[in-house]
Design a protein. Structure first.
Length: 126
């Protein structure tokens, strides 16, 4: 298995596992502790986290078949950065109530968009 494929398949699996853990934490531990509007923010973070964990898995599978693509590693790192920045900022905003953290969220969204664009470009070039 190519190292890039192995890396992003592993990162995708770990990211998916963390999304399940964080989703369960929100549903069971946070539901009674934070206001409904902040719980909705937290759940948005979980939802995007999970979808983009699947995106990392897709990048890993594509890297297995498109071994020479220089675009796929960039797509994978941007997808991971998006999870950390987008979902991470929403998790922290929900738990702390610090609205200033919302300023970080668009950077994560931009990383997601760029990751999907690079992924599409890599596949189209193959």
């Amino acid at each position: 298995m190519p190292s890039t494929a192995k890396l992003f398949l592993t990162l995708g699996a770990v990211a998916a596992m963390l999304a399940v853990i964080l989703g369960a934490f929100g549903a069971h531990a946070l539901r009674a502790k934070i206001p409904a509007d902040l719980l909705a923010v937290y759940n948005t973070g979980v939802q995007y986290h999970f979808w983009h964990a699947l995106g990392l898995l897709a990048i890993g599978l594509a890297a297995w078949h498109l071994r020479d693509s220089p675009l796929l590693p960039w797509a994978g790192w941007l997808m991971l950065a998006g999870i950390v920045l987008f979902s991470g900022s929403l998790y922290l905003l929900a738990v702390t109530g610090a609205r200033a953290l919302g300023a970080v969220t668009p950077f994560g969204g931009t990383a997601f968009i760029a990751a999907w664009a690079l992924f599409a470009w890599a596949v189209a070039r193959a």
